[in-house]
Design a protein around this ligand. Structure first.
Ligand SMILES: [Mn+2]
Length: 345
């Protein structure tokens, strides 16, 4: 396993020189963030990003994420232009030596939380999700005010987009995902890239929008949709793990055993009730997931891909991008490194 950290580029409040001081970090996971979703990332920008990461002594072979344009998820006639652009991105990333590309297929909203600075008893702040609160939010008919959501849409644009999704059910979303994969997977094979789909976070429908990358049988369906060594998974323990029906150790054994896990996000969550949770510190004793068991399962399937601590809390007075502070993710990385060391010695 290649222990890595996510980095948001020059605008990140966390610097590569700081990540360099965290023991055991070998790689950086990043992306080009200043290009609108669906457009082509200029090769020169990818190259410059790679150079900066490499100059700090880190590997850069995993990109998170290349956005999938909404017209692809909606299955509109105009989607082919965006699929062509996605393939151009794979080509450019491959030229720069990228081996793994993460993406997701969540309609409109990426990860969703109801509070981004919930105070825990120890004085730290974390992200929290409460489904009752989500159910009370009506983004079509009321001004939308979910915390932490990047307001890249104007209110009327968002309303129009959500209205387009009103007739799209889960099966139609599967059909659109299949169309997308049938176009991009052969290109990924050609460019020697592993496509890793990130599970939906949280793994259930929100605001009436369909979500399909949610559990073990749907992960199996995804793999069988377009069988290829380039079609696989990013397993995010915190995303899948909030549904008590998802057994992460079984999931890792099944898909890791088939070499279908291309990328790992490891974090813990504390379940507070049905569809309610907060993001806890990484250790087993702080959350509801068996992080030690998860790492052991990865070790047993001989996982060799990129693995990163996922979100962390805000501790020691740090402020910055919610979930992506330096300190708690560094503690998480050390915990994961320690478990791995004990398994391999
Ligand atoms: Mn994740």
């Amino acid at each position: 396993m290649k222990l890595s950290m996510r980095w948001y580029g020059k605008d990140d409040h966390v610097k590569l020189s700081q990540i360099k001081q965290i023991p055991g970090i070998k790689g950086i996971v990043s992306a080009i963030y200043n290009i609108p979703p669906g457009e082509v990332w200029p090769f020169t920008e990818i190259q410059a990003l790679k150079k900066e990461i490499n100059d700090h002594g880190f590997n850069f072979d995993t990109v998170e994420s290349v956005p999938v344009h909404e017209e692809i998820k909606l299955g509109l006639k105009t989607r082919d232009r965006y699929i062509t652009n996605f393939i151009s991105n794979l080509k450019n990333l491959s030229r720069a030596g990228i081996k793994t590309v993460c993406y997701n297929f969540m309609p409109v909203f990426d990860w969703t939380r109801t509070e981004i600075a919930y105070n825990l008893a120890d004085g730290s702040q974390t992200l929290i999700y409460n489904d009752e609160q989500i159910k009370k939010t009506d983004p079509i008919n009321e001004p939308f005010t979910l915390p932490g959501w990047d307001a890249s849409y104007q209110q009327t644009e968002l309303k129009n987009l959500l209205q387009k999704y009103q007739t799209l059910d889960q099966e139609k979303l599967w059909t659109n995902l299949e169309y997308f994969l049938k176009a991009v997977v052969p290109a990924a094979e050609k460019y020697d890239i592993q496509l890793a789909i990130h599970p939906d976070d949280p793994p259930w429908s929100i605001f009436g929008l369909p979500r399909i990358i949610t559990n073990q049988s749907n992960l199996r369906r995804l793999i069988n949709l377009v069988p290829s060594p380039s079609n696989g998974l990013a397993i995010c323990t915190g995303s899948l793990g909030v549904n008590p029906d998802n057994n992460l150790i079984e999931i890792i054994r099944e898909f890791g055993g088939m070499n279908k896990i291309f990328f790992m996000h490891v974090r813990n969550v504390k379940k507070l009730g049905p569809k309610s949770f907060y993001e806890s510190a990484h250790p087993n004793e702080n959350g509801s997931l068996n992080i030690v068991g998860i790492m052991k399962a990865l070790y047993e399937v001989n996982f060799t891909g990129t693995l990163r601590p996922d979100h962390g809390r805000m501790i020691w007075g740090e402020s910055g991008k919610p979930g992506y502070g330096l300190y708690d993710r560094a503690l998480g990385a050390s915990y994961l490194l320690g478990i791995w060391a004990s398994l391999s010695n």
